[in-house]
Design a protein around this ligand. Structure first.
Ligand SMILES: [Zn+2]
Length: 350
C-alpha cells in the first residue's frame, strides 16, 4: 500500500548555523516547530536530508558566491549587518538546499504527494552572487532547477508568502517564462524590491507576479489576494509542481514586520494551494520554510500548514469578507498584471 502522508524534512543539524550574539534567525525556531508538530507525528513521514552538491548549487549561484561561502567555513563572520555565517553554516545551507531538492524529486516522481521542509537558514533573499537577509543559498531556486533538469518537469510555479519580497528568487528566474514567481509581501519594506511593475524581462515578461501590500494588511486583504489573484494566475499557468516559500512573518505577533495575519490564515493559504496543485499537477506541492521570528506564531503556523498537507481531503474555509481598502488594492493589482494574465482581465475583482 502506498503511503500518502507528506514528507517532513527536518534534522538536528539545521541547528548548527548559529550567530555569536542574539539574532532572530536562531536554532530555537526549529525547537518551536518540533514542539508544535509533536501532536501530529502520525500524520507525516520524516525525510532525512542530504547535502546539495556543487553542481546542484551552481545551477542557481555563481562559482564566486559558493567559493566565498566556502572561504568562511570554520569562522564566525558577518556577511552584512543582518547575515551571519558560523563555522558550519555552509554545511547547514547545503543540507537545507539538498533536503528540499531531494524531497521535491520524491514528490515529482510520485513517491509522496507533498512535502514540508523545516529548514534553516532561510533562502529566498540569496541572489546569484550574494548572501543577504539571513540567507546563504537559495534553496527554492536550487530545487526548481533540479525539478527541471533532473525530473524533467517543464513548468514550476513558486508562491512566496513570506512578509519580505524574495528578491533572490525573483532575480534568478526573471527572464525564465517557465518558472513563475508569485510573491505577496509588505511593501515598501526590506529588501526594497517587489513593486507590481517588476514583472520579468525578455521572454520572462509576465513570469514574475509581485503583489505588494501595505503595512497592516490582514486575513481579509491576503484572502482576497489569494482568491482573486494568486489562484487564478496559478490555474492559468498550470504548473507541473508547485513550490512555496513559506514565511510566517506576516503574522500579527511578528516582531520584524507589520502585518496582521492570524494563525488560521496559514491553513487557508495551504488549503488554497493544495487545491490548485490537485487541479493542475496531481497534487504535487512542496513547501519550504523561510522567515517567521515569533516562536509561538511560527510553530502554530507550521502546524496548520502540515495539518493541511496531511489531511485526507483539502480543508475548505473562507477568509473574512473583503474590506473596502482591500478591494481597491486588489483591483489595482489585477489591473497591473492584466496585460500578462487573461484570468485577471474580466471583472469579478470588484
Ligand atoms: Zn521574511
Amino acid at each position: 500500500m502506498s503511503d500518502s502522508r507528506p514528507l517532513l524534512v527536518r534534522d538536528r543539524r539545521f541547528r548548527d548555523h548559529v550567530s555569536r550574539g542574539p539574532h532572530p534567525e536562531c536554532p530555537e525556531r526549529l525547537d518551536a516547530i518540533d514542539r508544535a508538530l509533536a501532536p501530529l507525528a502520525d500524520g507525516f513521514r520524516d525525510f532525512e536530508p542530504r547535502s546539495a552538491s556543487d553542481e546542484e548549487i551552481l545551477r542557481a549561484h555563481s562559482r564566486a558566491h559558493l567559493d566565498g561561502l566556502r572561504a568562511l567555513e570554520g569562522c564566525d563572520a558577518l556577511i552584512d549587518p543582518d547575515t551571519y555565517s558560523s563555522p558550519r553554516s555552509l554545511e547547514v545551507a547545503r543540507l537545507a538546499a539538498g533536503g528540499l531538492l531531494a524531497a521535491s524529486l520524491e514528490v515529482a516522481r510520485g513517491a509522496a504527494a507533498s512535502a514540508f521542509a523545516a529548514v534553516r537558514p532561510p533562502g529566498h533573499h540569496a541572489e546569484r552572487e550574494r548572501a543577504m537577509g539571513f540567507c546563504l543559498l537559495n534553496h527554492v531556486a536550487i530545487a526548481a532547477h533540479a525539478l527541471r533538469d533532473d525530473a524533467g518537469l517543464a513548468r514550476i510555479a513558486i508562491v512566496d508568502w513570506d512578509v519580505h519580497h524574495g528578491n533572490g528568487t525573483q532575480q534568478l528566474f526573471y527572464e525564465d517564462p517557465n518558472t513563475l514567481y508569485l510573491s505577496t509581501h509588505q511593501y515598501p519594506f526590506y529588501p526594497g524590491t517587489g513593486a507590481a511593475d517588476e514583472s520579468g524581462r525578455g521572454k520572462g515578461v509576465g513570469g514574475t507576479v509581485n503583489l505588494p501590500l501595505p503595512a497592516g494588511a490582514g486575513d481579509a486583504e491576503y484572502g482576497q489576494v489569494f482568491d482573486e489573484l494568486i489562484v487564478p494566475v496559478l490555474l492559468e499557468f498550470r504548473p507541473d509542481l508547485l513550490l512555496v516559500s513559506a514565511g510566517f512573518d506576516a503574522h500579527e505577533r511578528e516582531p520584524l514586520a507589520s502585518m496582521n495575519l492570524t494563525t488560521g490564515a496559514y491553513r487557508l493559504f495551504a488549503g488554497r494551494l493544495r487545491a490548485v496543485a490537485e487541479e493542475t499537477c496531481s497534487g504535487r506541492l512542496v513547501i519550504a520554510l523561510e522567515g517567521g521570528y515569533d516562536l509561538e506564531a511560527l510553530g502554530a503556523g507550521v502546524a496548520e500548514v502540515v495539518r493541511v498537507l496531511a489531511a485526507p481531503e483539502v480543508p475548505r474555509g473562507d477568509f473574512p469578507p473583503p474590506s473596502p481598502v482591500g478591494r481597491q488594492i486588489v483591483r489595482n493589482l489585477a489591473d497591473a498584471h492584466a496585460g500578462n494574465w487573461a484570468s485577471l482581465r474580466s471583472g469579478g475583482h470588484g
